[in-house]
Design a protein around this ligand. Structure first.
Ligand SMILES: Nc1ncnc2c1ncn2[C@@H]1O[C@H](COP(=O)(O)OP(=O)(O)OP(=O)(O)O)[C@@H](O)[C@H]1O
Ligand SMILES: [Mg+2]
Length: 169
């Protein structure tokens, strides 16, 4: 299987910067996009979603890890935002399919941001952004991949990140 090349790789040095990176990325999102967030506990996935939320016109304070409900829906902004976290599912793929959550993982309208989505990898839309967070001693490394996306979408993300002043590694 071919591995897609990363479209951008940047570092953030504070929680605020990670949130701002999410906001910048969010500006390049369009209806039907799936954003699959990878990284260990506490790596910065939810913080990044707060940034996406802000860019779509929502209050970042309203974005919390969906612990008890599996999905949080934010409606009324530039695009609907669906925020999922599959960490706590015992049988992620089975549970996702049984509860109809798989619809969120291949959204038609709006944008889905999923934490721990790789736990139900088979249910993820093939066309998506993968964003990986690595914990470093002084911050985070954030790597973006675009899978099955039109080249102009890749360019839009790359340009948004660059023009916001995030340095490519
Ligand atoms: N550069 C940084 N970027 C992101 N988070 C940072 C950074 N430096 C410190 N942090 C801290 O790391 C934590 C990130 O938490 P967050 O809830 O976003 O992680 P998460 O990846 O969603 O974890 P989980 O898998 O448990 O949901 C926060 O406590 C934040 O303050
Ligand atoms: Mg989280």
């Amino acid at each position: 299987m071919a591995t897609a090349a990363a479209i951008a790789k940047v570092r953030t040095y504070s929680p605020a910067e990670t949130q701002r990176l999410g906001q910048v990325f969010g500006q390049a999102l369009a209806a039907g996009d799936l954003v699959n967030l990878q990284g260990d506990l506490g790596a910065g996935k939810t913080l990044f979603v707060k940034g996406i939320a802000r860019s779509l016109g929502y209050d970042p304070e309203d974005v919390q890890s969906p612990t008890f409900t599996l999905v949080h829906e934010h409606r009324g902004g530039r695009l609907d935002l669906f925020h999922l976290d599959l960490y706590r599912l015992d049988d992620p793929l089975g549970d996702v399919e049984a509860s109809g959550l798989d619809e969120y993982l291949d959204p038609r309208d709006g944008v889905t941001a999923v934490e721990w989505g790789e736990r139900a990898r088979e249910a993820l839309a093939a066309r998506r952004f993968d964003v990986a967070f690595e914990v470093l001693p002084d911050g985070r490394r954030v790597t973006f991949w675009a899978r099955g996306m039109e080249p102009r979408r890749l360019e839009a993300v790359r340009n948004a990140i660059r023009s916001a002043g995030f340095q490519a590694e």
